[in-house]
Design a protein around this ligand. Structure first.
Ligand code: IMP
Length: 426
């Protein structure tokens, strides 16, 4: 029997996937990242050592676990080299158990420049890691793939075409002079590639041949999915389960027997621009942000915060076909006398119980809340269901009843041991 588990974000990213994936991946042989790039930032603390994973799957930190960077990712090779070096400097040798897809696209220095220029007009609030432009080049059919770096003639031809295009865009659209500095290409692409190239393989083939025990780690979250999220305030990949097949190069049939769990916070956060119906402001927001330590792992930006939005969470359950939810940071709600949860939106006199496609509706709707009583005492660090205060249990039941799938696991604090299973999942 093969064991396949998918863990992905059920909200706008930053749900605390790092810790969950760290815990669960210990039980798997292979971990796979399949979309996005160094825009992700998964924080894990193992034996008191803190790691922030941007490109690598978190599971690779376990000595027996092989890590795969699959074809759907856009890879900043210098960032990858630095990330590997950082982990190895902490005494964890991982290089020889990493595979990088030959079909993955390379994030080039000029993609980061374009990210900055495009942000001036778009205001999505991207991480400026060149993710959108790298995918833009991929879909324009001008992208440079890892495999292209093995052949300098192909690489140089593509590079010259890319540079001409970037020059045109920078100068004609943004009125900025653009001169390529080849030292950047050397330092950020070619030299790192020389170091990494021995780890490059056809990862789809590898995964087809090694199906026994694989965990797939989604980055960002379902509401940032290019197709199913709050478009255009999204990332440029399929960060929901929709990205699994194209991101890995595996047939949808491969995932038939996979279990898929979504990680969600007990409240809600987002970084960057875009609609957020349950967003809090002022003192209320400050209180939640401080209690939750809501500052970005990749950019350090303060996160926007708000109440749990069940309309959005149900959307994530449906889009991904989730088998259940892993709920994090419940303890941040300790001490609240009342907790609100959004159960519908109202816009122009119409009630929405389904997550709307329209940005106009999402931006201007009024959340309809149920108010639930808070709980006495602390859920911080509890590891046993019997320690859960009655009202906290009621909060979980309310969520489950609304979304129609169980909460299978709770994370109750930042430490590795602070969790409990409500249902055995692996
Ligand atoms: P990009 O992925 O850098 O293009 O940014 C697009 C949007 O996705 C912005 O709102 C970012 O803040 C958001 N985003 C990208 N990666 C993450 C992540 O790992 N966690 C949370 N938000 C993210």
């Amino acid at each position: 029997m093969s064991k396949k588990l998918v863990i992905l974000g059920a909200q706008w990213g930053d749900e605390g996937k790092g810790k969950i994936v760290d815990l669960l991946s210990e039980r798997f042989d292979i971990s796979v990242r399949y979309q996005g790039g160094s825009n992700a930032g998964h924080t894990v603390v193992i034996n008191g050592v803190k790691y922030i994973m941007h490109l690598l799957p978190t599971g690779i930190l376990h000595p027996h676990n092989i890590g795969v960077i699959a074809q759907g990712m856009v890879v900043d090779l210098k960032a990858l080299q630095d990330e590997i070096a950082d982990i190895e400097a902490k005494g964890n040798p991982i290089f020889n158990k990493l595979y990088i897809s030959d079909r993955a696209h390379v994030v080039m220095p000029y993609h980061k420049l374009l990210d900055k220029l495009l942000e001036r007009k778009n205001g999505v609030g991207t991480t400026l890691r060149g993710i959108g432009p790298a995918y833009m080049f991929k879909f324009m059919r001008k992208g440079i793939r890892v495999v292209d770096l093995f052949d300098s003639t192909i690489f140089e031809k593509k590079l010259a075409e890319n540079i001409e295009f970037v020059k045109d865009v920078a100068e004609k659209v943004f009125g900025e002079r653009f001169e390529i500095d080849y030292r950047y290409i050397e330092e950020e692409v070619l030299k790192p590639f020389e170091k990494l190239k021995e780890r490059v393989i056809d990862t789809a083939k590898f995964l087809r041949e090694n199906t026994k025990s694989v965990i797939f780690e989604g980055a960002q979250g379902t509401l940032l999915d290019i197709d199913m999220g709050t478009y255009p305030y999204v990332t440029s990949s399929n960060s929901s389960a929709l990205g699994l097949a194209n991101g890995t190069g595996l047939s949808p049939k491969y995932f038939r027997d996979a279990q898929i769990y979504g990680v969600a916070k007990a409240y809600l956060t987002r970084v960057g621009g875009g609609p957020f119906p349950t967003e809090l402001h002022g003192e209320e927001a400050e209180r939640l942000r401080e209690k939750g330590g809501e500052y970005g792992a990749t950019t350090g930006r303060p996160r926007r915060v708000g109440w749990l939005d069940l309309v959005a969470l149900k959307h994530a359950v449906d889009v991904n076909g989730l088998d259940g939810i892993i709920l994090t940071k419940l303890d941040v709600l300790d001490g609240y006398s009342e907790i609100k949860v959004c159960v519908a939106y109202e816009y122009n006199g119409k009630i929405y119980e389904e997550f709307p496609a329209s940005l106009e509706v999402l931006e201007n709707c009024k959340p309809i809340y149920e108010t639930l009583p808070g709980w006495e005492g602390s859920t911080q660090g509890i590891t046993d269901i019997s320690q859960l205060p009655t009202n906290a249990r009621k909060y979980l039941e309310f969520i489950e009843n609304y979304i129609g799938v169980p909460i299978v696991m709770l994370s109750t604090g930042p430490q590795r041991h602070e969790y409990l299973f409500l249902k055995e999942i692996v």
